[in-house]
Write a protein that binds this ligand. Structure first.
Ligand code: G3P
Ligand code: MG
Length: 253
């Protein structure tokens, strides 16, 4: 059976960190809102706590989104659960927590397609890919998720654990992403390429299409950029504003 990723209407709109223009990023509120808004897919960032739980947060620390100094990989889940991840966005969201991946699955699993970004960038050999694979299997969400990372080791590991699920290789913006955009990573056997929008060209899209890969572009919040990427036939884009993206890319739906 073809994986659901390849069946989604193109360009695929991924609500980046949930519907993060309208609710605090990477919270249950932002994910529930993406479902309510009728967005087909969302993106989230996962990390390991010191006691081996999988939590959903972008930064390695809690400073920006919780207003408190703390490093996720050095904190237990119960310490993390005491923090408020909502009020930095708007006081109306006070009390929103950093969710576990299991809580996200409980709330929106099988309601929306999920791109799980494996963000073990400060501990590239940790157990996060194994823990994520376990949760996906336990929840029987193999058709409803795919994985991405800037870390090729994490992708290689999870591909071996769940070979039927596609992987997306992320490339850093500009010069730091040159290696990832080169042909040196063909060994990784990835099914989607995820470049920064400023690095996308027709040649790049054609190259990956020849390799039967999707090209999903991050993070696109301007209508003009959405239009020009659609003209270049990219397969998907990550946006903080999925409502705008739907108006621009799928105006008749
Ligand atoms: O996965 C797309 C995008 O989220 C990658 O960058 O830093 O927002 O996780 P970042
Ligand atoms: Mg991300």
């Amino acid at each position: 059976m073809q994986h659901l990723l390849f069946e989604l209407p193109k360009p695929i709109i991924f609500a980046h960190r949930g519907s993060s223009a309208y609710a605090p990023e990477n919270t249950l509120a932002a994910f529930a809102l993406a479902v309510k808004q009728g967005v087909p897919a969302l993106e989230l960032d996962v990390k390991l706590t010191s006691d081996g739980e999988v939590v959903v947060i972008h930064d390695p620390t809690t400073r920006r989104t919780c207003g408190v100094n703390g490093t996720i990989k050095k904190m237990t889940l119960s310490q993390i659960k005491k923090l408020d991840a909502g009020s930095h966005f708007d006081p109306a969201f006070t009390g929103e927590k950093i969710p576990t991946l299991q809580e996200v699955f409980d709330l929106v699993g099988k309601k929306i397609f999920i791109n799980i970004e494996i963000t073990n960038y400060t501990s590239i050999f940790d157990n996060l890919p194994n823990k994520v694979a376990e949760l996906v299997k336990k929840n029987k969400l193999q058709q409803w998720v795919f994985f991405s990372s800037f870390n090729p080791i994490a992708l290689w590991k999870i591909k071996h654990l769940l070979p039927e699920i596609p992987i997306g290789f992320l490339a850093e913006a500009g010069k730091p992403g040159r290696l990832a955009r080169s042909r040196l990573f063909e060994w990784l056997n990835y099914q989607a390429f995820h470049p920064y929008y400023g690095d996308v060209s027709l040649d790049l899209v054609r190259y990956h299409h020849q390799k039967k890969r999707l090209v999903n572009v991050y993070t696109v919040n301007q209508a003009e950029t959405m239009r020009s990427l659609q003209q270049m036939q990219v397969d998907g884009l990550f946006t903080d504003d999925p409502i705008l993206a739907q108006q621009i890319l799928h105006p008749n739906q």
